[in-house]
Design a protein around this ligand. Structure first.
Ligand code: DGJ
Length: 744
């Protein structure tokens, strides 16, 4: 590795001497980073993209180009600042800056805004210097007169062309200053007035709704003011040029913010119809006092480009997450088939009950048994116990060991539910440390689900949380933690901090959360973690760096799940999307569905079972055993393959179909769902995608799935051009098909 770096450095020096171009490249030439000193242009090339920005004639850093990959021989001219169109526009409004300070006369969204102790609020950032790294740049900007520096970090993923951008703000003045707004980056799109924005919204038990709207003059703000990522919006966007025919065509720019606290992404079309997307810490109620010599590092805002539509964009993101973000990247372990006791028992967990469920779960091929809420403190319901992380002796007289041993003897590993950041007022912890929660002194403390939020920004709280989790993992043979988080913030005060530092809680809380997760993983490298927040309330690329999987939603209705899972996969890889088969009628809406339908819906992600197995019939066990065995044959493809959303379930569609293709294109899985037959029309013909046209594939229907007139073996070209005529009639029907390389 060091050798490679040295070679890169030598190569960079040589080029700089000969051409005025300093550059670094991966040995195979697939990614390239270079600075053209003559034109002062920074350029990054990887996969199918080129990203370029330059220092303009006003010394600002200006976006030059973001789109399809240019030829090596293409030279980008020096950047030229825009000129204001009238006396009503200061010039800094007409230039698409990479990272604009709020100063001069700026009316568009700045990346950063601050107040100095003398009342000055003018910040004008000019280029000072840069360094070239083998995967990107660090470019330093400085205010025109004050010693305030901003280092912009750019890193490029060679395989996907996904860029990571973040900023480090450094105070080298002699007095503290207050940052009131700090984005990670602004992403500027090429001029155009025909953009369409897609984003995700939701609420508890209704996450992952895909929304689409025209980018119109004005601003759309996606955000969370909740202290954590939130169910309401997710920090992801995709913007498409024009209206394309389908998911697989058209130019798409997309981004995802790696931050699990309050965040904002604003999509703005300004008075010159320029479109910029600015994202980072949410400026609402934000203030970060930076003492002399101190730094503030923003989260990373990732961005990418695809010319294969929003389908291509999500596949790039999936690949990037699997190879760069997940804790075990680039080789995350396949998700085991899980059993979770929550819907079966709720808080009524005890040793014999859990052991009985474990025996049944093992009999159908489950690989991990997870005991959910209710095992600790005085936890009978959600009124008490959070904070008291000792085993409840009434429920488990001999501790957790007998249950864990039993689970192991049945051939499964053991997982445990925790909610480390919360406390019930009815707990020993709160009685001892009422000052440990987020609160404003002398004001009411709003309880939600009868609980308060521990202020993780405090170092004593951080140490306590890390300590008890470490103890649980040291004392028990546990393979997995389901890390839950069941409310959002209210009264976000940090009364132990100095008045001017109280709002640092928005940053310090999340940094400490990440540091606990990082430390736990280092101390217990075999333990896997799920991020759960009453379902999918904390899903982002920040938490994903420390957690192996996500609880998608508390809504486990298999039909509702189709559109939720569809929405999820626009931003996140299906490999981390946990999906349980639960009881029917479902608790959310009393909808009745067959066990096969429930399994096929859950097989679109990482399969789990959350039903009350004590009420199952022998037939149910037989179906489950067969379907779990089938899932194990295809899970690598479902979890880490290329996903094609062939027919969308969004907007109440009657049909939906997904296809996953393995990396080597030797296997593909198709899941087809019918909501309800209307007037006896046949299911639409389904043309597959992403196969090898010349390879012969054998069609294997799962259980009693049927495709009319389908040959047993045909070429990839046949399946992609002729397609599959799935036979489905009735209400809530589903079919699964596996295509396997026929030569195997
Ligand atoms: C919310 C989670 O999303 C559920 O799966 C379950 O773990 C409950 N919390 C337990 O309180």
């Amino acid at each position: 590795m060091r050798d490679r770096l040295n070679r890169l450095k030598l190569w960079a020096c040589f080029l700089l001497l000969v051409t005025g171009i300093a550059s670094a490249a991966t040995p195979d030439g697939s990614a390239h980073v270079r600075y053209d000193a003559a034109n002062r242009v920074f350029r990054l090339d990887a996969a199918d993209i080129t990203y370029a920005f330059g220092v303009n004639d006003r010394q600002e850093l200006q976006t030059h180009y973001w789109g399809g990959r240019l030829q090596e021989s293409d030279t980008l001219p020096a950047a030229k600042a825009g000129v204001g169109v009238a006396s009503f526009e200061a010039p800094d409004n007409s230039t698409l800056q990479e990272f604009a300070g709020w100063g001069e006369g700026m009316y568009t969204e700045p990346a950063i805004k601050m107040t100095f102790p003398d009342g000055n609020r003018d910040l004008v950032l000019h280029y000072v210097s840069h360094t070239i790294r083998n995967d990107g740049f660090v470019v330093t900007l400085k205010d025109i007169s004050r010693e305030v520096f901003v280092e912009l970090h750019y890193s490029l993923d060679a395989a996907t062309g996904v860029l990571g951008r973040s900023a480090v703000i450094v105070n080298r003045t002699k007095a503290p200053l207050t940052i009131e707004q700090a984005a990670a980056a602004s992403w500027n799109l090429p001029p155009g007035n025909d953009y369409r924005l897609r984003y995700l919204s939701g609420r508890w038990a209704a996450e992952w709704t895909l929304n689409e709207q025209k980018v119109a003059p004005g601003k759309t703000v996606l955000e969370s003011r909740r202290g954590s990522t939130g169910h309401q919006n997710n920090p992801w966007f995709a913007i498409e040029r024009g209206e394309s025919r389908d998911e697989e065509t058209g130019e798409v720019w997309f981004g995802a913010l790696a931050w699990s606290g309050s965040w904002s992404i604003s999509v703005e079309q300004d008075q010159l119809r320029q479109v910029r997307v600015t994202g980072g810490f949410n400026p609402f109620d934000f203030a970060y006092r930076l003492a002399p010599g101190e730094k503030l590092t923003t989260p990373v805002f990732y961005g990418g480009y695809s010319h294969d539509g929003v389908g291509g964009a999500s596949r790039l993101l999936h690949r990037f997450e699997v190879s760069r973000i997940l804790p075990l990247a680039p080789y995350p372990r396949p998700r085991p088939v899980v059993y979770n006791s929550w819907e079966a028992t709720e808080f009524k967990v005890n040793e014999p009950g859990q052991e009985a469920l474990a025996e049944k779960a093992a009999s159908i091929g489950v690989e991990r048994f997870v005991m959910d809420d209710g095992w600790f403190g005085q936890r009978k319901d959600d009124h008490a116990g959070l904070g008291d992380w000792y085993v409840n002796k009434d429920k488990f007289p001999n501790g957790l060991k007998p249950l864990i041993d039993k689970v192991h003897a049945l051939g499964m590993d053991f997982g445990l539910w925790v909610e480390p950041e919360m406390v019930n007022p009815d707990s020993d912890l709160y009685r001892k440390h009422p000052d440990w929660v987020l609160n404003f002194a002398g004001r009411p403390r709003t309880e939600l689900r009868n609980q308060l939020v521990l202020n993780l920004a405090r170092s004593d709280v951080r140490d306590y949380v890390l300590g008890f989790l470490d103890d649980i993992l040291k004392q028990n043979d546990i393979a997995f933690l389901k890390w839950d988080y069941n409310r959002n913030w209210a009264e976000p005060g940090w009364d132990a901090a100095a008045t001017e530092d109280q709002k640092k809680v928005y940053v310090a809380y999340v940094e400490n959360l990440y540091s606990i997760l990082r430390e736990l993983r280092a101390r217990h490298p075999k333990v896997e973690i799920e991020s759960c927040s009453g379902g999918g309330g904390r899903v982002d690329l920040g938490i994903m760096h420390f957690t192996d999987e996500i609880w998608t939603s508390d809504n486990t209705d298999p039909f509702d799940r189709l559109s939720m899972q569809d929405g999820f996969t626009y931003a996140y890889t299906p490999g981390i999307m946990m999906a349980w088969v639960t009881d029917s009628p479902n608790w959310v809406n009393k909808r009745t569905t067959s066990l096969e339908y429930r399994f096929l819906s859950s097989m679109q992600g990482s399969l789990g079972v959350g039903a009350n197995l004590t009420t199952w019939t022998p037939e149910d066990f037989a179906v489950a055993k067969e379907m779990i065995a089938d899932y194990k044959q295809v899970r690598e493809t479902v979890q880490h393959g290329e996903l094609y959303r062939l027919i969308s379930p969004q907007g109440g569609s009657e049909y939906s179909v997904t296809e996953s293709v393995s990396e080597d294109k030797r296997q593909a899985i198709v899941f087809a769902f019918l909501h309800s037959s209307q007037k006896g029309y046949p299911f639409p013909n389904v043309k597959l995608r992403g196969l090898d046209a010349e390879r012969q594939y054998k069609l294997r229907p799962m259980r009693d799935a049927k495709a009319s007139g389908a040959p047993q073996v045909a070429s990839g070209a046949y399946w992609m051009s002729h397609g599959l005529d799935v036979v489905l009639r009735g209400d809530f029907q589903a079919a699964g098909f596996v295509l396997e390389d026929a030569s195997r």
